[in-house]
Design a protein around this ligand. Structure first.
Ligand SMILES: Cc1ncc(COP(=O)(O)O)c(C=O)c1O
Length: 307
């Protein structure tokens, strides 16, 4: 996602020009990973505005992430929602990616963060398809990572905390070095966990399967949308402990996330998934998702908030 360096950033309660949203090099979060963030999308509306997908669930997850990693936020969930909407409005992009970030700021050096205030920023950038239109149709190639997700008693996977993303960086860098678009990490027990920035779904004999919360995953908001859309379509869904080899036996495999949306996987570890091209359930879920976020179908679950 390219940074264009323009527009306004919501910075501790006020909208400031992009270049004014700066931090000091002694900022605690830079040294110790003590920050929590979110990633949301705004989709263009027919009247030239933007509608934010799943605003409240994202801001709820942000509050919960802060609670898990002990970041005392000075703003309520309602105020976070207002800050996101105000920043989207101020920037005026129809299609955008929104990044709220709460972090331990400038106070003291040392691991204990207690004496560092928690600051908050909301960044908005113009953004369209993440992996490109071709990937949405043809799918991407992925590899199983040699890096595992964090064991449950090491770092809390349910918190969208910056510290967890060093693990994600190891996963994606290894995958890219091996010629894949991204990697799928296993959990500490060797079960399928998730991608570097997306959840994993498998279709096996018409049933939609996805790793459960015990497999060190982020409880993806898009994952929740997919589960709901599948249920709406009468597709059986199960949250399971997923063996790695199910990836090789899958009829269909896809990843989903705010950035990735729903992206088919056409090969895993250089083995073709199913027929090697996008499967019918993946295509159907993609079409449903797109129809909903584009406004082509009514927002029956109340997922969109007009900025
Ligand atoms: C590690 C990880 N898993 C899953 C997801 C998907 O979550 P969501 O659908 O809420 O974007 C993300 C994306 O932010 C992620 O970073």
């Amino acid at each position: 996602m390219k940074l264009t360096g323009k527009g306004s950033i919501w910075f501790n309660g006020e909208l400031v020009p992009w270049e004014k949203a700066q931090v000091h090099v002694a900022t605690h979060a830079l040294h110790y990973g003590s920050s929590v963030f979110e990633g949301l999308r705004g989709y263009p509306t027919a009247d030239g505005g933007s509608a934010v997908l799943q605003l409240r669930p994202h801001m709820h997850r942000m509050v919960q992430s802060c609670k898990i990693v002990n970041l005392p936020l000075r703003w309520s969930e309602d105020e976070l929602c207002d800050a996101v909407l105000a920043t989207v409005r101020a920037n005026g992009y129809g299609s955008c990616y929104i990044r709220p970030l709460a972090y331990r700021a400038y106070g003291q050096l040392g691991v204990d963060p207690s004496h560092c205030p928690v600051d908050l920023a909301v960044i908005v950038i113009e953004h369209g398809a993440h992996f490109g239109a071709e990937a949405a149709e043809r799918g991407i190639e992925m590899g199983t990572s040699s890096w595992r997700r964090m064991a449950p008693d090491t770092l809390p996977a349910m918190a969208k905390s910056a510290a967890n993303y060093l693990n994600s960086q190891l996963v994606i860098l290894e995958a890219r070095a091996n010629g894949f678009t991204d990697g799928i990490a296993l959990d500490a027990q060797g079960h399928v966990s998730e991608g570097s920035g997306a959840n994993v779904f498998v279709v096996e004999r018409g049933v939609l399967l996805t790793p459960n919360l015990g497999s060190s995953i982020l409880q993806g908001i898009t994952r929740g949308c997919v589960l709901q859309l599948a249920r709406d379509a009468g597709i059986e869904v199960r949250e399971v402990t997923m063996p790695r080899e199910l990836l090789y036996c899958a009829d269909e495999l896809f990843i989903c996330g705010t950035a990735a949306e729903i992206t088919p996987v056409r090969a895993i570890d250089r083995k073709p998934v199913g027929s090697g091209s996008r499967g019918p359930i993946t295509a159907r879920l993609q079409a449903e998702f797109r129809a909903l976020v584009s406004g082509a179908k009514p927002d029956r679950h109340g997922w969109l908030t007009r900025a």
